[in-house]
Design a binder for this molecule. Structure first.
Ligand SMILES: [Zn+2]
Length: 444
């Protein structure tokens, strides 16, 4: 048995059921699980000095398109609304292959890890030139993050009145067959799973009603979760009303897309009835505040969702629409946007951090992650409390109100993935060079 003792943290923000905050306390990890939390713990194994640091559960990212780290700040997509933005980027993405998928995923995962994230989902919905979901799973296994890959899909191309070019859409039967293949190959339903697989048609406007329904049936047959984009902006609502004759919440409910095994990205435009539907059905929401700002989509009604009892987690969203994959930054942005909408007391820093940790774990169906408590998986972030950003702070809420924006140390399943601000699992410099070479090639 391997033991690691995280010793003498300034404070541990446990996010446990009592939301305990423990000063001058330790965390004992045995193998991959938290074995004890408290003061004066000891070990025969390795000790990590956490003095001068704030400990939190690892942050949980509930929405991303990792491949997009290769298309940040693309001219022509910098200032467009959602549909125009997609039409600018689709032809570029159509030139990706397995290497682009692997390298961009590695870079995106490292960026997340350095911002305190230990568990992320990814939504990969295009598979040009032989790309496979396997490419991103291989990347996550090397970087060492807990990974929920979702097998996305698009099936309605331009010639059928859809938005994506025909070259990026797939046959619906092939989509379902490949979903079965990747679930059988990679999905681990057990506690402590490092890889899970979900089923995730891209959005109601890029696949058929039949595929939405069949995907839900397949997911439930296989016992995996379901994910898609929903109610992202006004164009999205108008499309739903025009093409389906109903709002997105109704469309989702009619096709089996509500329940505690479903989470929807964005939901900026959910109305009161839809919020009640999501609360009643335990349907989760991936809130992506920076992406919503970047694309001018609006402010998601997170305060109303939380008050109604909706499960909400955070997502950085793809790096073509953010363009930063920094999860602690999203916690701050969540807090700020709710205050813009509802006043300065609308959301505390602690609530934002709770959404970023145990909120996200709940959305992804992980009752073994998201808090620092005995029996939980050892997914832990240590934040330097002595940086220039938080110098002079009076309270650990400074982590969200002030900074730092990068984690000092990060543990996933008990293994140290970030040490003193550096990735331990991969050569970050080499990854970045390879990524920039690929970006330059796409530009030519
Ligand atoms: Zn997205």
């Amino acid at each position: 048995m391997t033991e690691t003792l995280i010793k003498n943290a300034d404070v541990i923000l446990t996010m446990d059921d009592a939301r305990r905050e423990l000063k001058g306390a330790d965390i004992l990890i045995k193998d991959a699980v938290i074995a004890a939390v408290g003061q004066g713990l000891s070990t025969q194994g390795q000790t990590v000095d956490a003095s001068g640091a704030i400990a939190t559960p690892g942050l949980v990212n509930t929405h991303h398109h990792l491949y997009q780290t290769l298309t940040r700040a693309v001219p022509g997509a910098q200032d467009a609304l959602l549909f125009g933005w997609l039409q600018r980027l689709y032809p570029i993405w159509a030139r990706f292959g397995p290497e682009e998928m692997f390298v961009s995923a590695q870079v995106g995962l490292a960026e997340l890890a350095l911002s305190g994230c230990t568990l992320t989902s990814d939504h990969l919905y295009l598979y040009p030139n032989g790309s496979r979901l396997d490419d991103t799973i291989a990347a996550a296994q090397e970087v060492g993050l807990r990974f929920h890959a979702t097998r996305g899909a698009m099936s309605i191309g331009e010639s059928d009145g859809g938005l994506p070019p025909d070259s990026l859409v797939e046959d619906e039967n092939a989509i379902l067959q490949d979903s079965i293949r990747v679930i059988d190959a990679f999905h681990d339903p057990n506690p402590g799973a490092m890889v899970r697989v979900g089923v995730a048609p891209c959005s109601p406007f890029s696949v058929s009603r039949d595929l939405m329904r069949d995907a839900a049936i397949l997911a439930r047959d296989k016992g995996v979760m379901m994910h898609t984009h929903l109610a992202e902006n006004d164009e999205d609502i108008a499309y739903s009303l025009e093409k389906f004759g109903c709002r997105p919440g109704q469309y989702a409910e009619d096709l089996g897309w509500t329940g505690d095994d479903v989470w929807h990205a964005h939901c900026v435009k959910l109305d009161g009835q839809e919020i009640d539907l999501f609360a009643r059905s335990r349907t989760g929401v991936a809130h992506c505040p920076c992406s919503n700002c970047r694309l001018g989509s609006g402010i998601a009604p997170v305060r109303a969702m939380r008050d109604a009892g909706v499960n909400v987690g955070l997502g950085v969203d793809g790096s073509a629409s953010n363009d930063i994959g920094n999860l602690i930054g999203e916690a701050r942005q969540t807090m700020l946007l709710q205050r813009v909408q509802n006043g300065a007391d609308a959301m505390s820093a602690r609530e934002a951090l709770e959404i970023a940790t145990r909120g996200g774990a709940q959305v992804l169906g992980r009752d073994d992650c998201g808090q620092i408590a005995v029996g939980m998986r050892a997914d832990i972030a240590l934040w330097d409390a002595q940086t220039v950003e938080n110098a002079g702070s009076w309270d650990p809420a400074a982590l969200v109100l002030a900074g730092p924006q990068k984690t000092r140390d990060l543990f996933v399943e008990g293994k140290q993935v970030v040490s003193d601000g550096q990735m331990t699992t991969v050569n970050l410099g080499a990854m970045i060079r390879r990524q920039n070479d690929l970006a330059r090639k796409l530009l030519d």
